[in-house]
Design a protein around this ligand. Structure first.
Ligand code: ZN
Ligand code: ZN
Length: 302
């Protein structure tokens, strides 16, 4: 069996989806990341990237799925109404997020799925749906396949984004991925996040703004808007001793050339730095990066 955890990027764009050819290389769908470990997987966020993931999953029914939401901003939930497994009665979908109660979480979802915003009600979708609130520092195991080694999930509630956001650390067989999107960097970096991301193999971190944008040198200053610069992401990655920093939640106005330039400008000998690319897959054990064209051709993940 494959003993490497793998990350599949289905959506990497922040704020809203883009279709510009100038952004096609890194991709235009909003956040959705799949973490695969052995025979099991976890879905992080339900931006428009989850639509393609759902279309792939729908061919593999029945499904026992877990979706972890970072928060309820539109770009992290807008793909859910078009998630094909929701319309299959063979699907069992657990959704977890920070909430006051399981019922409060379900209520959030019913607001996404309700006329006049959407023609189908949440409760009318055929899948079995289980909503479960997460406490601010939740810790749980995910093993729908009882014979498989569980995937460990750690959550951390951060207030470095308007309304708050949940960060996740996913660990399996000694490998760890930290998903920290929609977070704004603190001066000298967020000490809680550094501890949370300590020694992670991969840190996926918000890097929406350039430093000039953040400081307001070419428009309104973005301080307190809840997003980071690549330099802020690097501060956290370095302090946490993460092995690979993946810049994520690209600004919708950012073209491919500029993202590539940001990666080059952020490079350091201390760790590997790349930008999240829609359709790419990363195997943690080898940190090997496969190009999207290969994945779209249906190559097996190794
Ligand atoms: Zn966002
Ligand atoms: Zn947000």
């Amino acid at each position: 069996m494959n003993d490497s955890m793998t990350i599949v990027f289905w959506g990497v764009r922040g704020s809203y989806p883009v279709t510009s050819p100038a952004s096609a290389h890194f991709g235009g769908d909003t956040p959705c990341v799949e973490i695969r470990a052995g025979s099991q997987s976890i879905i992080l966020d339900a931006g428009t990237g989850i639509i393609s993931l759902g279309n792939a999953l729908a061919e593999r029914a029945p499904q026992n799925l877990l979706l972890l939401l970072s928060h309820f901003h539109h770009d992290h939930t807008q793909g859910l109404p078009f998630f094909a497994p929701l319309y299959q009665n063979t699907t069992r979908l657990q959704i977890m997020a920070l909430a006051k109660s399981d019922a409060a979480l379900e209520n959030q979802l019913t607001q996404i799925f309700a006329p006049p915003q959407f023609p189908v009600n949440w409760t009318d979708t055929p899948a079995q749906k289980i909503t479960r609130r997460l406490a601010s520092n939740a810790r749980l195991d995910w093993n729908p396949d009882a014979d498989a080694e569980p995937i460990e999930i750690h959550a951390l509630h951060s207030l470095a984004h308007p309304g708050g956001v949940m960060l996740y650390r996913i660990a399996w067989r000694g490998q760890a991925v930290v998903y920290a999107t929609d977070v704004e960097g603190y001066a000298y970096a967020d000490r809680r996040l550094i501890a949370f991301a300590r020694d992670a193999d991969v840190l996926i971190h918000d890097a929406q703004y350039t430093t000039a944008e953040y400081l307001g040198l070419n428009g309104p200053a973005k301080q307190s808007w809840g997003h980071s610069t690549a330099a802020m992401a690097l501060d956290v990655a370095r302090a946490a001793r993460a092995k690979h920093l993946i810049l994520f939640h690209h600004d919708p106005q950012r073209d491919d050339d500029t993202i590539a330039r940001i990666v080059t400008q952020t490079q350091t000998d201390a760790l590997k730095i790349t930008a999240a690319q829609q359709g790419s897959t990363i195997a943690l054990k080898t940190l090997e990066l496969f190009q999207p064209s290969r994945i779209l051709e249906g190559d097996p993940i190794v």
